[in-house]
Design a protein around this ligand. Structure first.
Ligand SMILES: Nc1ncnc2c1ncn2[C@@H]1O[C@H](COP(=O)(O)OP(=O)(O)OP(=O)(O)O)[C@@H](O)[C@H]1O
Ligand SMILES: [Mg+2]
Length: 158
């Protein structure tokens, strides 16, 4: 596993980092965003969505209640998922995340670490940690394991 560490000093810097990280997320990708409430996960997604030209940062808001937001870009479809309010496997199942998965998909999942399946299936993890009021330590870790045959598009391959 290869990790890269960054420090940002404002929300704007985190958005800019998100734009940069988008270049490292060639679809398909499942990314778990880790960090406490207010760590900056949604702020980072603003930049990632911009990086894929899938949305302007102002359009990206927290999917706290809707659970999934979708932003379609020319080369990727960005799905922003928030599992903070999702507690059981059954509730997770009803979201139908498998159906979102295809060659163009980039799934960005806040609170994904609550479910063991994402620990197994993720291609990358981005961990955000608060350092004072506006400082954030951000660690990007890409899995280096083989790809392929891992997930089918809602075909129940697992
Ligand atoms: N360096 C920074 N990076 C990101 N956000 C910052 C930074 N400094 C201050 N902030 C502020 O911290 C807050 C981060 O909120 P955000 O919604 O992105 O967090 P979150 O991790 O998605 O939280 P939640 O788990 O509640 O969804 C915003 O109000 C943002 O303006
Ligand atoms: Mg959020």
């Amino acid at each position: 596993m290869a990790s890269q560490r960054f420090t940002t000093h404002s929300a704007e810097e985190t958005v800019a980092l998100g734009r940069k990280l988008a270049a490292k997320l060639k679809p398909p990708k499942l990314v778990v965003l880790r960090g406490e409430l207010g760590a900056g996960k949604t702020t980072l997604v603003k930049g990632i969505a911009e990086g894929f030209q899938a949305a302007a940062q102002e359009q990206v808001t927290s999917p706290t209640f809707t659970l999934i937001h979708e932003y379609r870009g020319p080369k990727a479809d960005v799905f922003h998922v928030d599992l903070y309010r999702v507690d059981t496997e059954r509730e997770l199942e009803t979201l139908g995340l498998d159906d979102l998965w295809d060659e163009r998909s980039v799934l960005l999942i806040e609170w994904g670490e609550k479910f063991a399946r994402f620990e197994r299936e993720r291609d990358a993890e981005i961990a955000l940690e608060r350092k004072g009021e506006n400082g954030r330590r951000i660690v990007f870790t890409a899995e280096t394991r083989r790809r392929g045959g891992r997930r089918g598009k809602g075909k129940g391959k697992r």
